[in-house]
Design a protein. Structure first.
Length: 131
């Protein structure tokens, strides 16, 4: 559990960097996001950037930069690489569960296999990679 939480914190730093990059790109091209519509565009760009990062990493090798560091890989429930739709569902559910006070993370202490709620629902699992 400690490795998964460490990876989560590390991914949080990556998310911050991606958010800053998307914001810098937006403000360079369009200036300040002063109106409600402009803020919505900025938020959509930030979300698309973050989604692209996670989905690309998970699809390519099952690992983000943080997951590589902590030797964790996302797989399908059967142990094979997770299908694309499961990864999209995992991303949406993880974001929702984290925004609801981290309920998806807390769930792991109650789950019989120690899985996060979003992994259970998306039919994916995190596997630890030995050295």
């Amino acid at each position: 559990m400690a490795r998964r939480l460490g990876s989560l914190l590390y991914d949080g730093m990556t998310l911050l960097a991606l958010w800053l990059l998307a914001s810098a790109l937006y403000t360079t091209l369009f200036g300040q996001a002063a109106s409600a519509f402009e803020r919505l565009l900025l938020q959509a760009l930030s979300l698309a950037t973050i989604a692209a990062y996670f989905l690309w990493c998970w699809q390519r090798g099952g690992q983000t930069l943080a997951m590589k560091t902590w030797r964790i890989r996302v797989r399908g429930i059967d142990g094979n690489p997770a299908p694309w739709i499961a990864l999209v569902l995992r991303f949406v559910l993880a974001g929702t569960a984290i925004s609801l006070g981290g309920i998806g993370i807390w769930w792991a202490w109650l789950d019989r296999d120690g899985q996060f709620l979003h992994d259970r629902l998306a039919r994916t699992r995190l596997v630890l990679i030995n050295r």
